[in-house]
Design a protein around this ligand. Structure first.
Ligand SMILES: [Zn+2]
Length: 422
């Protein structure tokens, strides 16, 4: 009995001490970092002969580099972080070698810095591309969210988070399709989580203020540094930390996350059923779909013998889910289906993923059957030479050659990141 009282006394003492400590010292909420990343690779897009987008006398490669240098400076004010750049000067480094450099530095994350441009010159806002791969998907979505939150805060439109699968049919070891963007693909396949930031549209009237002078570039760099510091839980010597901002608006991969669907659109066939022969005219297609989430947007690219191409969007209201669908299309003026042939089918599904299907010899090449063996190499200032192997590649080479002739592709074109070595 006496012994029991003693134990009870000890218990009560411990309990009272615990209660006292809880009241006296309020619990401090620990802001755990989302990741354990200490080595950050910053990849200033383009460089050397590769200018990227080029507007108002400003070259994208220079802007990307200026942003990267400032982000590095800002991040180095934090404790225990190493920042490496994939190029230290105005030099041309191919996409694979950028990742090799990051890998050699033992980078925990690869962040490619770019500025965008659009064909219409009407697009605006910041967008972030992440890998389509399953590994790190949630982490990268959250990281992208921090970037977009920062960009919203400096007044940029949030154009969204996107993931894009290859149009060339390449697959990873696990059988899933490779990423479209080279730096994301090489990083993923080398075990480094990566994202690509398109800060703004250089050719947009609204976004121009962010790239036209030092002030704008400093704002973008500050936004990047804040996003990285907050997400990595970095802390300065005096204890200063940055609180993560979260985006109010989301893009494509958030739809994928909500829908829990991460596949590219799957079109299994397309056939012309009827055409009224007029120009402009109406054509009806039979579209075969195997896509549970539904195809929200579908377009066809036609080309004639001289290489001029016309894009025909297919018109429908409800998204196309698994099954066969009759879909109408408006055939524009001065285009006859007799002289133009279908060479490409592009599609988006409700999860926000897009896919492209090239056609060769009248046969549609879907992802399942795609076997591209292209290698790309440059000769001289403006030419892109495509060395190909196999019949599919020949068709694709012709398409690229035509696009070069049409002025849609060259080394200083408006698709700065999407066309060179995929
Ligand atoms: Zn770029």
């Amino acid at each position: 009995m006496k012994e029991n009282t003693g134990i009870l006394y000890i218990y009560i003492t411990i309990l009272l001490t615990a209660i006292f400590l809880c009241i006296a010292i309020p619990a401090k909420k620990v802001q755990a970092a989302s990741v354990d990343w200490n080595v950050i690779a910053l990849d200033p897009g383009h460089g050397g002969e590769e200018d990227g987008a080029y507007y108002y006398g400003k070259k994208e490669k220079d802007i990307n580099y200026a942003i990267a240098v400032k982000v590095k400076q800002q991040l180095e004010a934090y404790e225990g972080v190493t920042v490496v750049l994939t190029r230290e000067k105005d030099e041309e480094v191919n996409l694979a070698n950028r990742v090799v450099r990051a890998k050699e530095a033992d980078a925990d994350v690869f962040i490619s810095l770019h500025c965008n441009a659009s064909v219409s010159h009407k697009s605006q806002g910041a967008s972030v591309y992440i890998s389509t791969g399953a590994k790190w998907r949630k982490t990268l979505q959250d990281f992208a969210d921090c970037f977009l939150g920062e960009f919203e805060a400096v007044g940029l439109d949030n154009a969204g988070t996107f993931a894009r699968v290859t149009q060339m049919g390449g697959r990873r070891e696990d059988g899933t399709f490779d990423d479209y963007y080279g730096v994301l693909r090489h990083s993923y396949n080398n075990g480094i989580p990566a994202l690509l930031v398109e800060h703004c549209y250089m050719d947009s009237e609204t976004d121009r203020i962010y790239v036209k002078d030092e002030n704008g570039i400093t704002q973008l760099a500050q936004a990047d540094a804040n996003a990285i510091a907050a997400f990595c839980g970095l802390e300065k010597a005096d204890g200063t930390k940055v609180k993560a901002k979260h985006a109010k608006k989301y893009g494509a991969t958030t739809r994928a996350r909500e829908l829990k669907y991460y596949d590219a659109p799957n079109i299994t066939g397309i056939k012309l059923l009827s055409y009224d022969g007029k120009t402009p005219g109406i054509a009806t297609y039979l579209v075969s779909v195997q896509d549970e989430i539904g195809i929200t947007s579908l377009y066809l690219v036609y080309q004639n013998a001289s290489g001029s191409s016309v894009t025909v969007p297919l018109e429908y209201r409800k998204s196309l889910t698994t099954g066969e669908w009759e879909v109408k299309a408006y055939i524009p003026e001065n285009m006859s289906l007799e002289t133009y042939s279908l060479c490409y089918v592009g599609a988006y599904n409700a999860a926000g993923y897009d896919a492209g299907y090239n056609l060769a010899d009248g046969e549609m090449i879907g992802f399942g059957a795609c076997d591209w063996l292209n290698t790309f190499s440059y000769h001289g200032e403006a030419d892109l030479t495509v060395i190909t192997k196999g019949s599919l590649s020949t068709a694709h080479a012709k398409k690229i050659q035509n696009e070069i002739e049409m002025g849609l592709r060259n080394r200083k074109n408006i698709y700065p990141i999407s066309f060179y070595p995929y």
